[in-house]
Design a protein around this ligand. Structure first.
Ligand SMILES: NC(=O)C1=CN([C@@H]2O[C@H](COP(=O)(O)OP(=O)(O)OC[C@H]3O[C@@H](n4cnc5c(N)ncnc54)[C@H](O)[C@@H]3O)[C@@H](O)[C@H]2O)[C@@H](O)CC1
Ligand SMILES: Nc1ncnc2c1ncn2[C@@H]1O[C@H](COP(=O)(O)OP(=O)(O)O)[C@@H](O)[C@H]1O
Length: 450
């Protein structure tokens, strides 16, 4: 058993169907899986309980409840009072939530909701078994009006995608994992991102070796967005970074605070990697047909995504681009516009929404938000568990777009999917600070992308 985050390597995630298959095959050789699960829960409970009071074990009707009952027996064997039932004992030292796990199949009824509310009202920490009760393992959304908000979750046998995206992070608390000594014997449903290896930077390299980035955006009043993207591409290590500020005066400074940035246009830089849309406003719509047809690699963000959502002919141009040449970075509302859904429809199943969008438009998609999802045609999707609420600040998405552009400019042979995985994870890790972060500070925190 060990803490799951931060990850030091990319790890496999398995959805409910895959977890069931793995469990069924493992049970043939290891019929004592539930004993192992209960023992692991009891061990963690002993480490987590606060004070000397009894442990309250809330068991449901299925195997999740079975794990809880075994944990209660093991705790009793260790000399700790374990109270199994749906009413809280006096001053519990810990609550074990073994009400519902992988088998959650419908919104919890009133009785279940009342038990969940009673657990939540307890002052003792909550340890969820496998999943916080009421949270859907595949999507990270509550099945009904609420799911348990645990302080800790001990994930068993397989890591489930819903723990890392959508509402999963907010409900699971600190994540622990025990594989119950079973090695998964099928391909994962998705990857949980670990840190990417840094690309090599040759001692004889020169600025021409590290690519060109052209940032197109920053209409009057929103120039900061494009400047943040350009600064991030520069900080990442791109050899040359140019800005094309939309509707700017010819004598307007590109970025007074960043003298390394240069002015450039798509016509002058036909081989540059384009980062387009940051702070662009509606004016980007006119520039998009040429950008989509001319620039070999594109990171498309913000207003460029909205313009594409509103214009089927731009969607056609996007679909006509070569494979692995385009990376879209929508937040949930932008993704909803592109899919013709509302935001709730996207958030209801983020993995599926990102895959659907990637398939429809033939692009790599980074669906941003807690647990960003990376999806591409013909690639296994990935979920990024790094990042946190410090990233919920204006401009952090512009920094991401610029960072992705800077990484990709330096690695022209890498697929859009690989760049997205590497860049999103680095961006998330740089954003893991207590309190608040300004987008420009985020650039300083990002490791250089060599
Ligand atoms: N079988 C084994 O050996 C192992 C089982 N494990 C545990 O088993 C769990 C899965 O067990 P189950 O498949 O029995 O699933 P659960 O225990 O999660 O739930 C299934 C039961 O809950 C009921 N139910 C589902 N949704 C409900 C709702 N909204 N309101 C009321 N009742 C509802 C179902 O009708 C069924 O009776 C895992 O999450 C994990 O905790 C793991 O320990 C691995 C080993
Ligand atoms: N609570 C959070 N947890 C993890 N990442 C977050 C969170 N809030 C925001 N982010 C990340 O911050 C970035 C915000 O991007 P975006 O919404 O486009 O902002 P902006 O347009 O202001 O730059 C995305 O990469 C998103 O995934």
């Amino acid at each position: 058993m060990h803490a799951l985050l931060p990850t030091t390597a990319t790890l496999p995630l398995f959805d409910i169907a895959a977890s069931r298959r793995i469990e069924a095959r493992a049970l043939v050789h290891s019929p004592d899986l539930m004993e192992r699960a209960g023992l692991a829960v009891a061990k963690l409970a002993l480490a987590l309980r606060r004070g000397d009071g009894p442990v309250w074990v809330v068991c449901g009707p299925g195997n999740n409840g079975g794990d809880g009952r075994i944990a209660a027996r093991r705790l009793a064997e260790a000399g700790v009072a374990a109270h199994v039932g749906h009413a809280a004992p006096e001053r519990p030292s810990l609550v074990i939530d073994a009400l519902l796990g992988l088998g959650l199949s419908r919104p919890p009824n009133a009785e279940m909701l009342a038990t969940m509310a009673a657990m939540q009202a307890c002052s003792a920490p909550i340890l969820a078994v496998d999943l916080p009760s009421g949270l859907l393992a595949d999507t990270g959304q509550p099945a009904g009006e609420r799911a348990v908000r645990a302080d800790h979750t001990l994930v068993l046998l397989t890591r489930k995608p819903g723990l890392f995206t959508g509402e999963g992070r907010a409900h699971a608390g600190r994540l622990w994992f025990d594989d119950l000594r079973v090695a998964p014997d099928e391909a994962p449903t998705a990857d949980l991102l670990g840190p990417a290896a840094q690309p090599h930077r040759s001692p004889t390299s020169h600025k021409g070796s590290h690519g060109q980035v052209l940032v197109v955006g920053g209409a009057p009043g929103m120039q900061g967005a494009a400047r943040l993207a350009a600064r991030a591409a520069l900080a990442c290590g791109a050899g040359r970074v140019y800005l094309d500020l939309l509707n700017s005066r010819p004598d307007e400074a590109t970025d007074p605070g960043q003298p390394e940035l240069m002015r450039g246009t798509p016509a002058e830089l036909p081989n540059a990697l384009g980062v387009i849309g940051c702070g662009a406003g509606p004016a980007i719509a006119h520039a998009l047909p040429a950008l989509l047809q001319q620039l070999p690699r594109l990171v498309i963000d913000a207003d460029a995504l909205n313009a594409i959502a509103a214009d089927p002919s731009l969607q056609g141009l996007l679909r006509g681009r070569p494979a692995s040449a385009t990376l879209l970075t929508p937040h949930p509302l932008e993704a909803a516009r592109l899919l013709g859904l509302d935001t709730a429809g996207v958030q209801a199943d983020r993995l599926r929404a990102a895959q659907e969008l990637a398939g429809r438009l033939g692009c790599t998609v980074v669906l941003k938000g807690s647990g960003s999802v990376i999806a591409s045609p013909d690639e296994r999707p990935a979920i990024c568990a790094s990042g946190g609420p410090a990233l919920a600040t204006a401009g952090s998405g512009d920094v991401l777009a610029g960072w992705l552009g800077g990484l990709w400019a330096q690695q022209p042979g890498a697929s859009a999917h690989r760049i997205a995985c590497a860049g999103v994870d680095a961006h998330g890790r740089a954003g893991e600070v207590d309190g608040v972060l300004r987008a420009s500070d985020l650039i300083a925190r990002l490791p250089d992308g060599r």
